[in-house]
Design a protein around this ligand. Sequence first.
Ligand code: GRF
Length: 202
Amino acid sequence: YRVAVFASGQGSNFQALVDAAADGRLGGAEVKLLVSDKPAATVVGRAQAAGIESYTFQPKDYATREDYERELVGMLREKEIDLVVLAGYMRLLTSVMVEAFAGRIINIHPSLLPAFPGKDAIGQALHYGVKLSGVTVHFVDGGMDTGPIIAQRAVPLTEETAQESLTAAIQAEERTLYPEVVSWFAEGRVKLEDRKVTVIQR
Ligand code: GRF
């Protein structure tokens, strides 16, 4: 089972997936490829260090988003990628990617969706004053953090919780949840039917 990770930034989720695969915690899935729209991002160095092939591109080199996505789709097919895992990939996908990999693209978001979609979900949650936030893994559609939800983990807040501590708590949940969800896919245990997600228990 061959996974491609799309990331634009630090890559802590990318690293968690790579580490999980090395420890046999990814259901037999392998991280075959990193795709990044930011050739200078930290995550690209992490892929290099892990010996994982990376494919970087500059969106500004293409006339439209559809143009670079058509190229990505061709490349992902050539490499026989089964699952596209977005991990801090800071771009919306068009119908080119979403339709070519229907039901095979997932994302992780640092809030309990549908609360606080979009950028700075952690800051949004703090500003709103919620007492409970968390992490969501969901299928990707054309919208901003709108696809069917696969799994969520809650992170409680106290009066002392600040941006830094909430970020740390959320990242800790992300590091365990994302590899777990990818292992469910590798084991063929995630079913999607009309927006309804079922995870088959072992
Ligand atoms: C994570 O918080 C993830 O939920 C969000 O972007 C962040 C990426 O962090 N979509 P990293 O690049 O994996 O460290």
